[in-house]
Design a protein around this ligand. Sequence first.
Ligand code: RIB
Length: 274
Amino acid sequence: RMVTKKSHLIGVLVPDISNPFFAQLFLGIQDILNKQGYVALLYNMEGDEKQESHYVEDLIRRGVDGLIIASSAFSDQSIYQALQRESLPMIVMDQKTETDMVDAVQADNYDGGKQAALYLQELGHKKAAVVLPENPTVNVRKRYEGFASVYGDELLVVNGELSTSGGQGAVKKIINSDITAIFAINDLIAFGLYMGLKEAGKKIPNDYSVVGFDDISPCGYVTPPLTTIAQPTFELGQEAAKMLMGRLNSPQKEPEEKILPVKLVQRFSVMPLK
Ligand code: RIB
């Protein structure tokens, strides 16, 4: 691959652009790339595992100078092949977890799950539920593990996809249990819980305390405003783009991993257990 033939195009692969989280992430990526004279090509890869090689071939044909991969649909094998054949610089992030082959940036997902659990426990909630996909990506599983490190056996696990309908579908199991607090593994699940619990005649936070994850912008506008674990989403995007720029300048350096901190944002969806 000739270094001199630069396209200044970077491929960005995300799993669900309809989720504001990935829009914000993309804005962070673009912020840095544009300042450096690069253009981002956005690909939504949700549910497209079979198409993966097609996407990659296409991006390579278009002559991208590098990839930022946030979708787990992009397999380690594809990464390996692209590295071997094209020596294409890549950053993996969010739903695509680190391989030891390439640079990685993540939020501290385990700590986020733990912070959510400690907060609820401190307010007297003894039994909690966590709503997450049946086959979670590694980043999401770490949130669960952090939460479970505090709640242990007193944890009800309910499966639901990372979407509002995933949250809505989880309500039936929850109202048939004796839990008082719910950790939604992302904010969209929390919004679905709002809808489902309302339909079931339940009130947040009086009947159930709810904590989300991500801090997407609607969190401040729903009723009640959602308490959540905030990811530094824009910064994660910026960091990924910076790492990629660094990699383009020094292709030979050792792969790096960066973990950015998360923080609890207290709004009004949680109250102490009476
Ligand atoms: O909301 C989408 C979720 O999927 C986020 O929590 C993000 O981290 C991603 O993995």
